[in-house]
Design a binder for this molecule. Structure first.
Ligand SMILES: [Zn+2]
Length: 125
């Protein structure tokens, strides 16, 4: 990847973080585990593709995800395009549902909440 492409990609993710906070302050959209990254949903009409990497400059097109769900989502988007997305979302949600118990999910939500409070305190709110 060229420096320009790398910078554009990093900048887009920087804006997401700025607008929505760190991914670790959220739980994964699919499995409810701790989110580690912001994932692009693949649905932006004005998505930018630079050096084989497609991303959105619109922060509304990102959702929190764990590494495992993010990877599988990206692969599905690459293979099937946006037409495959409803089925992919349904599959990942169904599998995510099986991954953790309700107690574990509540714990992840509490951890995310705690990260949010720590981040706010860090910013001086
Ligand atoms: Zn997940």
């Amino acid at each position: 990847m060229t420096n320009t492409a790398e910078n554009a990609y990093k900048l887009a993710h920087h804006y997401v973080r700025e607008a929505k906070g760190a991914a670790k302050t959220k739980t994964c959209r699919f499995c409810g585990g701790s989110a580690q990254q912001w994932a692009y949903d693949g649905l932006d009409e004005n998505a930018v593709t630079i050096a084989h990497r497609t991303f959105s400059e619109n922060t509304g097109h990102y959702f929190p995800a764990c590494l495992s769900c993010h990877k599988r989502y990206d692969i599905a988007v690459r293979r099937g395009g946006r037409d495959a997305l409803p089925a992919v979302v349904a599959l990942l949600c169904a599998e995510g549902e099986q991954r953790y118990t309700a107690e574990q999910r509540a714990l992840f939500a509490a951890q995310a909440e705690r990260q949010t409070l720590l981040a706010e305190r860090h910013r001086g709110h």
